[in-house]
Design a protein around this ligand. Structure first.
Ligand SMILES: Cc1cc2nc3c(=O)[nH]c(=O)nc-3n(C[C@H](O)[C@H](O)[C@H](O)COP(=O)(O)OP(=O)(O)OC[C@H]3O[C@@H](n4cnc5c(N)ncnc54)[C@H](O)[C@@H]3O)c2cc1C
Length: 545
């Protein structure tokens, strides 16, 4: 794992692209057979083949912005602009591979202080220029698409230079971090003081503190450390109307919690420049282990039992039969056969992988917490696969995007989507989404794999995270757009359109059905209050009018 992947790299996760993945020839043979893939290769396209329109940023605005942030921090070159053109969804990556239309910003701004972000917004508002806040650029819902929204031009406001630890209060255990700091840097700065945030999404290597806050991100250890918004004590936000800093105490009854307008505001309700975060002492001990349980429903019941008896491990992750099969097959066919034989010998017919991981301050605490989790699972049939499989999951937990690069090169349509619901409706939600995806992506030639896991569980329900693997159509963008539409329709009325990826552009068609007309009006009113002319991230989450 590298903590320093250049976040303006857009066509692949790491500079070495597919070569960074460990996909063996036997894994690829298995996949070809399983989904009906033909032997095509579609490597990433060089950036020089992508079209970059001339910058539309007016000269007077350019001069004012350069005077404010420094001429060297207003970038107009093609590489800088392409480096902030879109996020990291399958569609974003395919647009790069097929040289389809990219929404390229007219310029990139790199302010170095919160006051300069504020100043830049005021200049952009005066010149009617749209502003897209850009953190790590890992959005998978079109959140950083450089949409102009009828404005004269659009700039990407890259927060990369806002990367300082502003303060650390070890007594209250509150750290104030600037918004452009990336997760690995945040963890290593906090580790130097003996603390951790405990936020480990799969996008950890590239995503930023501001991006996590703006999208209400959820990390793999959310059961132990909470979702990102649970860690937020306060935010500093720049808006075209001026700066505000909601959040002065750990809890407050001074009206609705206004922090939540910036947290989850997706850059449409302000640019977060600093975040005050609850930190915890870095764990001295950790243990990850793996089990298989018999079938999805038994596994979901087991995770519910853990959540409802407050015995969840910090990482609690249940894969369905399909995901278990794929994980093992892509890791090496022999392992898959051996596991199935072992599971069957122990009475498990439909193995579903359950990963449990605990962090603790001491050996004693680790022992107590593990015992509590295992006691809550006592009545569920399960077979232990031991620590090696659990620790291997942990050490590969950021490798998914590398594998995705390799699959993209080989003509696979590979994408994820997520939702959440209460326990009562979770089974129906899973079936509905699965059915929709299999129907849309399947054909006589194509046999898609639709897999699912639970990685965030609550007393009242859980998230569902789907991954699809299917042979790619001629028109890759339309193929996925159809599947995504079908999944969105299946989710509407059964669960939330997003548990942690946010709304962006892609989920807007379903937002009103979820929050109602009154909810949409409340969001629009908030938008008008902070951004009267609608320059902030047009086309995402909410419009001003
Ligand atoms: C391979 C992969 C795995 C992922 N895994 C997870 C996961 O496990 N959990 C999870 O929650 N998400 C995951 N995501 C989604 C994504 O990483 C998260 O949404 C993350 O929070 C985005 O952070 P970022 O810094 O990259 O934000 P960006 O992508 O740069 O921005 C995301 C949105 O927030 C806005 N924004 C960014 N910074 C600011 C700011 N300072 N102020 C205001 N608005 C801002 C942007 O305008 C945009 O709308 C994954 C994405 C990928 C590609």
């Amino acid at each position: 794992m590298s903590g320093q992947i250049e976040h303006t790299l857009r066509g692949s996760w790491t500079p070495s692209g597919a070569a960074a993945a460990q996909l063996s020839p036997s894994a690829m043979r298995w996949l070809r057979q399983r989904i009906g893939l033909t032997d095509t290769t579609t490597p990433a396209m060089p950036a020089s083949l992508l079209e970059v329109p001339e910058s539309a940023l007016p000269q007077d605005a350019r001069d004012e912005l350069a005077a404010l942030v420094g001429g060297e921090h207003v970038l107009l070159d093609d590489a800088a602009r392409l480096g902030r053109a879109g996020g990291m969804s399958y569609s974003d990556l395919m647009r790069r591979r097929t040289a389809a239309d990219l929404a390229v910003p007219d310029a990139v701004l790199l302010p170095g202080e919160p006051e300069l972000v504020q100043g830049a917004l005021e200049i952009c508002a005066r010149h009617d220029i749209a502003v897209v806040p850009f953190g790590g650029g890992t959005s998978v819902v079109g959140g950083v698409d450089a949409l102009r929204g009828g404005k004269r031009a659009v700039v990407a406001l890259d927060l990369a230079r806002l990367n300082k630890l502003v303060s650390l209060d070890p007594v209250s255990r509150v750290a104030v971090l600037q918004a452009g700091m990336r997760a690995p840097e945040a963890e290593s700065l906090l580790a130097a003081h003996g603390f951790t945030l405990g936020h480990f999404p799969q996008s950890f290597e590239r995503a930023t503190i501001g991006g996590f806050a703006a999208t209400r991100s959820a990390g793999q250890a959310s059961a132990g450390y909470g979702r990102f918004e649970n860690m937020i004590e306060g935010v500093r936000v720049a808006t075209p109307r001026g700066e505000w800093r909601p959040g002065v105490a750990p809890a407050s009854a001074a009206g609705p919690d206004l922090r939540q307008l910036a947290v989850g505001g997706e850059g449409a309700l302000g640019v977060i420049t600093e975040v005050a975060l609850r930190v915890r002492p870095a764990p001295a001990r950790g243990r990850y282990e793996a089990f298989v349980v018999d079938g999805w429903q038994a596994g979901a019941d087991a995770v519910r039992a853990l959540a409802q008896s407050r015995a969840l491990a910090d990482v609690t992750r249940l894969s369905d039969v399909e995901e278990t099969e794929v994980q093992l097959a892509l890791a090496g066919g022999l392992k898959s056969r051996a596991l199935n034989a072992y599971a069957r010998a122990n009475g498990i017919r439909r193995p579903c992988l359950l990963i449990l991981g605990w962090d603790a301050a001491s050996r004693g605490e680790l022992k107590r917490r593990r015992a509590r989790t295992l006691a809550a699972l006592r009545d569920f049939r399960k077979v232990s696969l031991g620590r090696a499989v659990g620790e291997s999951w942990k050490s590969h937990r950021f490798s998914g995007p590398r594998q995705r690069d390799a699959l993209l090169d080989r003509g696979v349509c590979v994408e994820t989507l997520e939702t959440a619901a209460h326990w009562t409706g979770l089974g129906e939600l899973r079936s509905a989404v699965r059915t929709a995806l299999v129907h849309e992506l399947g054909s006589a030639r194509h046999r898609p794999i639709v897999m699912c896991h639970i990685s965030h569980a609550y007393e009242t329900g859980a998230s569902l995270y789907f991954t699809v693997l299917a042979p790619r159509d001629e028109d890759a963008l339309e193929q996925w757009a159809r599947a995504k539409r079908a999944a969105g329709e299946a989710i509407a009325g059964r669960g939330t359109i997003s548990h942690h990826h946010a709304v962006g552009v892609d989920h807007r068609p379903w937002l009103e059905a979820e929050i109602g007309t009154v909810g949409t009006d409340v969001l629009a009113a908030a938008k008008r209050a902070v951004d009267p002319t609608g320059i902030l991230n047009p086309g995402k989450l909410v419009e001003a009018h």
